[in-house]
Design a protein around this ligand. Structure first.
Ligand code: GDP
Ligand code: MG
Length: 683
């Protein structure tokens, strides 16, 4: 393959032969040594020079080298536009011991890999050549992009860190490289001095902006580089003038005695020719392994800058268009179209970004788009959360109202009411929440939903507690009604089993009340504990209802009239229930004292609830024995309850008082009986 390692025009002396020093795969050619020896340069010690050329593609670099040194580097064929083979090519001058490096990149400048190779080869050239030609069109002067200034900045920077920092400061100034700008197609209109001044200013500006390694912060660009400038006329328009000036330039490379001689002693890298293959290999190795060359390419930096600009413009418009949603959400409203609106405004912003930014470096664009998306989502998040918050409040209120309304109705099943309304509320919440859950976010309603469920349940619990109280009160009222008559009846027929009868009636009523409660509470979802509390409360209230019925039936006048009636029945009526007409031989005293004593014996029966059959006893826990009730009492929600105290209807004092009053009344009956007998005798 004549393109590789070989020459298109080989001669026996190897004149004009070229070698692909670094190939397309960035591999270093191991046969440099053989070529050097073939070219007669292996044994010359320091007596050789090395120059290299860098610059944009197709600016006539190879053409110039071939003319200057008689080399045969590939030149882009004007008719075929055939791509030259990529790599760093090496050749030697026909007229002097000069080694020349020619860099072939590829045309597509926007691709990062080309920039990577361009930087590597430029760095390699800068580190190895005595004279580095920077070839450019005249119109590229002063253009940062076009004239590889960005590339030079990176190369300067890496060169400084990689190859110069290692040398001590004492070396500074002794080991320089000459940078020779070659301005092509120079039309004499702009004097060379102006062009040089512009370029030099550019160099200084680039140097000032470099990040310099420690200890080298204050070194100046001229400590490492000398600059020279030359120009050539248009090759096609002024071919003779072009050839003449190239010839002149060649003299500067070859004529050691000339004051214009370019290869000054101080630029020589002091590598003996036989060590050169190894040296170049090492430098290429260092260039290849250097991470600093992976600095974001020019394009990436540009892309970052522009993408940021485009993103912030898109974001600003977006911010304005979502602003109107803030107020209604802050004041508690639900914005029905919020989900669609948020998606729309976010979409518009992204589309705006995509339209302008997608033309830039793909990776950067992708990354910046993700950043923008995150920023948009972050800005939308408060709206999302605000809507959820309002949704929560509004649906909770609706839920509460719906339950209260339905409980106002005539007949309802509380459990059913709650479970239906709960389901309705959750469905509404989920539906509304899913409308504002945007794609491409990490948003979730999980926490909010469970908080909502919790609050719904809290309200259901409250309603249930109220409903339970209401139900217990109702049951208690109907129990009161149902025990009224049997108790009155039992207490109006006192005797040893009076309380047995009264308690029987109470027990029946209480059993009914309890089963009514349990039946109704089935749909309530009450806990065991809640049921236990409600039942205990129901029992206590029922018992107190009994007690108040008993109190009513044993109030002074009622009790006195009962006693009077009982006494009268015994004293004034005979066994057949016929009124007695006292006759003189009747034992008034005997009848009287029996009737009086029998009646007096009833007072202690009324005084205390105590059935004759102990199995009929009812016992309820007192507050102190019932921890749940004592807690309720402690909260001030109920009163203390002392069961044993409720068994005592009246005290010893009152007993004595009633007894005394009764005796007086009985005495009156006795006197009246005596009188009636006396009067019947008198008739
Ligand atoms: P390289 O890629 O920089 O090495 O450029 P080449 O030497 O391959 O030349 C690229 C094209 O530019 C070729 O078609 C040359 O004929 C043409 N060319 C070479 N020198 C000059 C010049 O001084 N001026 C102009 N205008 N064209 C040139
Ligand atoms: Mg070329």
């Amino acid at each position: 393959n004549e393109m590789k390692n070989g020459s298109a025009n080989p001669t026996s002396s190897g004149k004009g032969e070229r070698l692909q020093l670094i190939d397309e795969d960035q591999k270093f050619n191991p046969s440099v040594k053989e070529y050097l020896s073939k070219w007669g340069i292996e044994d010359v010690g320091f007596n050789y020079d090395l120059c290299a050329v860098v610059g944009s593609q197709s600016t006539g670099k190879s053409t110039l080298l071939n003319k200057l040194f008689g080399t045969s580097f590939d030149v882009m064929n004007e008719n075929e536009r055939r791509q030259t083979t990529k790599g760093i090519w090496m050749s030697h001058a026909q007229h002097a011991p000069i080694l020349i490096l020619d860099v072939e990149g590829s045309d597509g400048r926007e691709r990062g890999e080309d920039q990577d190779f361009e930087r590597k080869s430029a760095l390699f050239s800068m580190a190895s050549a005595e004279v580095l030609m920077v070839n450019m069109w005249e119109h590229q002067v002063g253009l940062y992009q076009g004239a590889n200034m960005g590339m030079l900045k990176t190369v300067f920077e890496v060169n400084l860190g990689l190859f110069q920092a290692a040398k001590s400061k004492t070396h500074v100034g002794k080991d320089k490289t000459l940078i020779l700008f070659v301005i092509r197609d120079h039309i004499a209109q702009t004097p060379m001095e102006n062009l040089s001044r512009t370029l030099l200013a550019d160099m200084n500006r680039i140097w000032d902006s470099l990040s310099k390694p420690e200890g080298l912060e204050s070194v100046s660009i001229t400590d490492f580089f000398d600059f020279d400038f030359t120009s050539l006329p248009h090759k096609l328009l002024q071919p003779e003038e072009f050839d003449r000036q190239v010839l002149q330039l060649r003299g500067r490379f070859t004529e050691r005695s000339s004051s214009q001689f370019l290869f000054k002693q101080q630029y020589h890298k002091r590598i003996p020719a036989d060590g050169l293959p190894r040296y170049l290999d090492t430098i290429w190795e260092q260039v290849m392994t250097n991470k600093d060359l992976d600095l974001p390419t020019q394009q990436e930096m540009l892309a970052q800058f522009r993408c940021d600009e485009i993103a912030s413009a898109a974001f600003a418009t977006f911010s304005n268009s979502v602003k109107p949603f803030r107020k209604p959400l802050e004041t508690g409203s639900i914005v029905d179209t919020l989900g669609a609106d948020m998606a729309q405004h976010r979409g518009v912003a992204l589309a705006k970004f995509d339209k302008d930014a997608s033309r830039y470096h793909a990776e950067v664009y992708k990354r910046k788009r993700l950043e923008l998306l995150e920023k948009l989502n972050t800005a939308l998040l408060p709206l999302f959360l605000g809507q959820l918050r309002n949704l929560h409040k509004i649906l909770i209120a609706l839920f509460k109202k719906a339950i209260v309304d339905r409980l106002r109705g005539e007949s309802y099943d509380f459990g059913q009411v709650v479970s239906e309304e709960r389901k309705k509320a959750l469905t509404k919440y989920n539906a509304a929440a899913s409308l504002i859950l945007l794609q491409d976010t990490d948003w979730s309603v999980k926490e909010e939903l469970s908080q909502f469920e919790e609050d719904v349940d809290k309200i259901a619990d409250q309603c249930r507690a109220e409903e339970t109280v209401k139900m217990v009160t109702q049951i208690e009222r109907s129990l009161k009604k149902s025990i009224a008559e049997p108790i009155e009846l039992a207490l109006s027929k006192p005797g040893p089993d009076m309380w047995d009868r009264a308690l029987d009636a109470f027990r029946v009523a209480l059993d009914k009340a309890e089963s009514t409660y349990l039946g109704k509470a089935k749909g309530f979802n009450c806990t065991e504990e809640e049921n236990a509390i409600a039942l205990n409360s129901l029992r206590r209230k029922s018992w107190l209802a009994l007690r108040s019925k008993v109190d009513e039936q044993t109030a002074d006048p009622v009790l006195m009239s009962k006693l009077r009636g009982l006494f009268e029945d015994k004293f004034r009526y005979d066994d057949q229930g016929i009124p007695r007409v006292w006759k003189p031989d009747d034992d008034i005293d005997g009848f009287f004292s029996k009737a009086r004593n029998d009646t007096l014996a009833l007072i202690p029966v009324y005084a205390r609830i105590e059935p004759s059959d102990p199995s009929k006893n009812i016992t309820l826990p007192s507050t102190a024995e019932d921890p749940i009730h004592s807690a309720v009492v402690d909260r001030g929600e109920d009163e203390e309850f002392d069961f044993s105290e409720t068994l005592n209807i009246f005290s010893e004092t009152r007993k004595a008082d009633i007894e005394a009053r009764f005796r007086k009344e009985a005495d009156a009956y006795y006197v009246e009986a005596k009188r009636s007998m006396v009067s019947s005798i008198a008739q």
